[in-house]
Design a protein around this ligand. Structure first.
Ligand code: NAD
Length: 478
């Protein structure tokens, strides 16, 4: 556990990382602890000059870094994973203070980031021989793209930075990373720690607002943008990146359905679904955001889920008693409250929650809603908060149609005691990942990303890594 003094010391010392140096700035971002609504740290804010300096450092470092072998680069990444584990408690405490999630989930995020990094750096990217006959030899190899700009959101700032960061570095690119202005601190601290490992210029960490993100997407010297965030911003990123034909990977929002068949054990499934829907107070791209439960088990399943919701304690994430923290920021809090008000206005039924406490902090109780119209905001929009609709169906064909009737297509799941039947149904979900009897299961070796408007490209696995590289054909006449 981080000592209080560590946390205080840390708060005083945030800096950008450019060309291997810690850089202070004239301007600052105020970082608010969502559990108290108090400004708890000031974070240096980068401007265009810092961005240009970072780009020039990344360009300078590129040749030497991309000339290293995969094994050499994997070695750096293994050191990074060790460093994360060494400073885990300290980073986790900071993460909880800026993001709000319970400390145990912050610890898990750092641990996961470390093991995922090792996983990515263990993937082989072989040169592929396409033809080798009497006339010709043709091979396909993959080269680094150059400088990768990484832009991250506020819900899982460590994990969502490390995935693209490690993928870009391992494949031989240099990097400029910009976290969300709501949660820049843990990322900057990781940069400071990583400075001890990586050669100057290979990694550059700039905190800044949306405008800095926009400048990155149009910068002529940045070759690729790996963006994680909302669909709306993703579209702007793609439009801006088109000006220089940058490669893009877009990991965007979701409105994940979970289809519960009539043969499940309602209590056992409710426990798992509750976690998949409410972890990090629902602020997870691949959280369950719509539940379709068969009418035969509907009542029993709803009661079991309501029991979970009523037992879940919410409050300051630093208190180990709490299972859920606050919503991360005021903008998102207001959005979720707006959805709640709309849900009340249309006369839906509340199984749990539904009343926001009048105390400091962006707290919102775990809220379950039934008897709600399919066309309501709660069902159609990505709520990204702790309020979830449970919808009834009679015919599974109808459930599949409703589950697919959305512009989102990140992931989804089907729950049944008949695995074969559930698998057949899961295959019909139009999503990047369809799970059976689980939700939110990802790995460094399995591609993850969105279908439809939930994204473009994939992260993780060899498929994800190839997104950080240019395929090049060599064709030789014999
Ligand atoms: P957001 O789109 O508002 O912001 C994300 C990042 O983009 C921030 O760093 C922000 O400063 C930057 N940004 C904003 N405007 C920009 C612009 N015009 N050009 C370039 N950068 C810009 O998203 P958010 O509210 O921080 O995050 C929540 C969203 O992220 C949700 O929709 C969630 O589903 C999604 N998300 C997706 C995944 C995934 O893997 N698919 C993972 C986590 C979160």
């Amino acid at each position: 556990m981080a000592k209080q003094t560590d946390v205080i010391e840390l708060q005083k010392n945030f800096a950008l990382l450019i060309d291997g140096k810690l850089v202070e700035t004239k301007n600052f971002l105020r970082v608010i602890n969502p559990a108290t609504e108090q400004v708890f740290a000031h974070c240096p804010e980068a401007d265009q000059t810092h961005l240009n300096a970072a780009v020039s450092a990344a360009r300078q470092a590129l040749d030497a870094w991309s000339s290293k072998s995969y094994e050499e680069r994997a070695n750096y990444i293994q050191q990074l994973a060790m460093l994360l584990r060494e400073h885990r408690d300290f980073l986790a405490s900071l993460l909880t203070q800026e993001q709000g999630k319970p400390l145990s989930q912050s610890v898990a995020e750092i641990d996961r980031g470390a093991s995922q990094s090792e996983g990515i750096a263990g993937i082989e990217i072989p040169i592929e021989t396409l033809v080798d006959d009497e006339e010709r030899y043709i091979e396909l190899q993959y080269r680094p793209l150059g400088i990768v700009g990484i832009i991250t959101p506020w819900n899982a700032p460590v994990n969502l930075a490390l995935g693209p960061l490690v993928s870009a570095l391992y494949t031989g690119n240099t990097v400029i990373l910009k976290p969300s202005p709501y949660t820049p601190l843990t990322t900057l601290k990781m940069g400071e720690l990583m400075r001890e490992i990586f050669p100057a210029g290979v990694i550059n960490f700039l905190a800044g607002g949306d405008e800095l993100g926009h400048e990155m997407t149009k910068h002529p010297e940045i070759n690729k943008i790996s963006f994680t965030g909302s669909v709306e911003t993703g579209k702007k990123v793609m439009a801006s990146a088109a000006g220089t034909l940058k490669r893009v990977t877009l990991e965007l929002g979701g409105n994940d359905p979970a289809i519960i068949l009539e043969d499940v054990d309602p209590e056992a499934v409710a426990k798992k679904i509750f976690f998949a829907a409410f972890v990090n107070s629902g602020q997870v791209c691949m959280a369950v955001k719509r539940i379709y439960a068969h009418e035969e088990i509907y009542e029993e399943f709803c009661s079991a889920l309501a029991k979970e919701a009523k037992n879940a304690k919410y409050g300051n994430g630093l208190d180990p008693e709490n299972h859920l923290g606050p919503i991360q920021n005021k903008m998102q809090f207001n959005k979720v409250v707006g959805i709640l008000e709309d849900t009340k206005k249309i006369g839906a039924h509340f199984l749990s929650g539904g009343t926001v406490p009048n105390t400091p902090g962006y707290f919102f109780p775990p809220t379950l809603v039934t008897d709600i119209d399919e066309n309501s905001r709660l069902v159609q929009e990505e709520q990204f908060g702790p309020i979830v609709p449970i919808l009834k169906y009679k015919d599974v064909e109808d459930a599949i149609r409703r589950a697919n009737n959305t512009l989102y297509g990140l992931s989804g799941s089907v729950w049944s005691s008949d695995r074969k039947r559930a698998t057949k149904i899961a295959k019909r979900l139009r999503v990047g990942t369809a799970w059976v009897n689980q939700h939110r299961a990802t790995s460094a070796y399995v591609p993850f990303g969105g279908a439809k408007e939930s994204g473009i490209g994939r992260q993780y696995s060899i498929l994800g890594l190839k997104g950080y590289m240019e395929p090049e054909v060599l064709s030789v006449v014999k």
